[in-house]
Ligand binder design. Structure first.
Ligand code: AMP
Ligand code: TRP
Length: 332
């Protein structure tokens, strides 16, 4: 039986990259699989978070997931810190993963930057907690954007080493589910950098909470080049910004990039940008309206998180118990 687990950090706003690269795919998977969707607040604190903003963000991201179409009854939706098994299994995986493996993680290098010695130990061990998130439920498939691929390879390494060291086949092989379109949405200001919550400039991303005027403004000001729009995929060579904007159009309209090239190739960016802004507003507006309604009813968001955590605890309890037995922990 396939089981799906995925997570999103409650740090700042959900943006178009999260929606197109991850959340929209989760919505499509929920009918065919047993799914857990987790707001990973313990991952968030690997970098300092203002507590009030963190609470608000946990609720806002939950509202965003529901507004985007995830059904909290059909799926298990919860915030990570409510289920202590994540922290417990992460510690066990700290003892399974090797320093050499973590040293290769590019996300740590990017996030720690020049001040590596000053990064938290949590930021370094972040992928072990991610492996624990997934394996605590013996999930088999993980839908994510491309940036998470390396972390999922590490998850597989951890599962295999645990199985090998304990002489079991306890943990399953975990498969990433990375969808081709929109696996990597880039910054509106630099086609070689991914759109990210942590970028200091808000003009680099379209937030799920941006209103129509703001979306239009950000797209109007998005970086482009002076040439007309490419008419074939070959013409994207050296034109990362054009590829990104036309890729966003393709993802939002469910067209292929080829079709978008056929439609707009040879035209001017100014005309294309108007169409792209209209399309983005059309797709995002109903989600935003629903999100605002949900945000006005904090009690119901909290009820979703409470119920999800209860179901997650029940699902993970027998798996954790077996892990204790395998490791030789005494639970008299
Ligand atoms: P995060 O915001 O880092 O917690 O990411 C949540 C999900 O969104 C993960 O599955 C990421 O891979 C995905 N994601 C984040 N940024 C992007 C992006 N720029 N393009 C595509 N997917 C993304
Ligand atoms: N590391 C992921 C990100 O930044 C979030 C995440 C945490 C996750 N735990 C996970 C994603 C488990 C998939 C499965 O996007």
């Amino acid at each position: 039986m396939n089981r799906i687990f995925s997570g999103v950090q409650p740090t700042g706003n959900l943006h178009l990259g999260n929606y197109l690269g991850a959340i929209r795919n989760w919505v499509r998977l929920q009918n065919d699989f047993e799914c857990l969707f987790c707001v990973v607040d313990m991952h968030a604190i690997t970098i300092w978070q203002n507590p009030k903003e963190l609470s608000a963000s946990i609720r806002e991201v939950t509202a965003g997931l529901i507004a985007a179409g995830l059904d909290p009854e059909k799926n298990i939706m919860f915030n990570q810190s409510q289920v202590s098994g994540h922290a417990e299994l992460a510690w066990i995986f700290n003892c399974v993963a090797r320093l050499g493996w973590l040293n290769r993680m590019t996300q740590f290098k990017e996030k720690a930057g020049k001040h590596r010695e000053n990064a938290s130990v949590g930021l370094y061990a972040y992928p072990n907690l991610m492996a624990a998130d997934i394996l605590l439920y013996k999930a088999t498939h993980v839908p994510v954007g491309e940036d998470q691929k390396q972390h999922l390879e590490l998850t597989r390494d951890i599962a295999q080493k645990f199985n090998h060291d304990t002489g079991t086949s306890f943990f399953p092989d975990v498969e990433p589910l990375i969808f081709d379109t929109a696996a990597r949405i880039m910054s509106l200001r630099d086609g070689n950098n991914k759109m990210s919550k942590s970028d200091t400039s808000d003009m680099t991303r379209i937030n799920m909470t941006d209103d129509a005027d703001m979306i239009a403004k950000k797209i109007r000001k998005a970086r482009t080049d002076p040439e007309p729009l490419p008419a074939t995929l070959k013409e994207f060579e050296g034109r990362a910004e054009a590829e990104n904007l036309m890729g966003i159009y393709a993802a939002l309209s469910d067209m292929t990039l080829d079709e978008v090239c056929a439609k707009f190739g040879g035209g001017q960016f100014s005309t294309f940008k108007k169409d792209l802004a209209d399309l983005a507003v059309n797709v995002l507006d109903p989600i935003q309206t629903r999100m605002r309604e949900l945000m006005d009813d904090q009690a119901s968001i909290d009820a979703v998180l409470r119920d999800g955590a209860e179901r997650a605890r029940a699902m993970s309890a027998p798996i954790l118990k077996e892990i204790h037995e395998i490791l030789g922990f005494v639970r008299p």
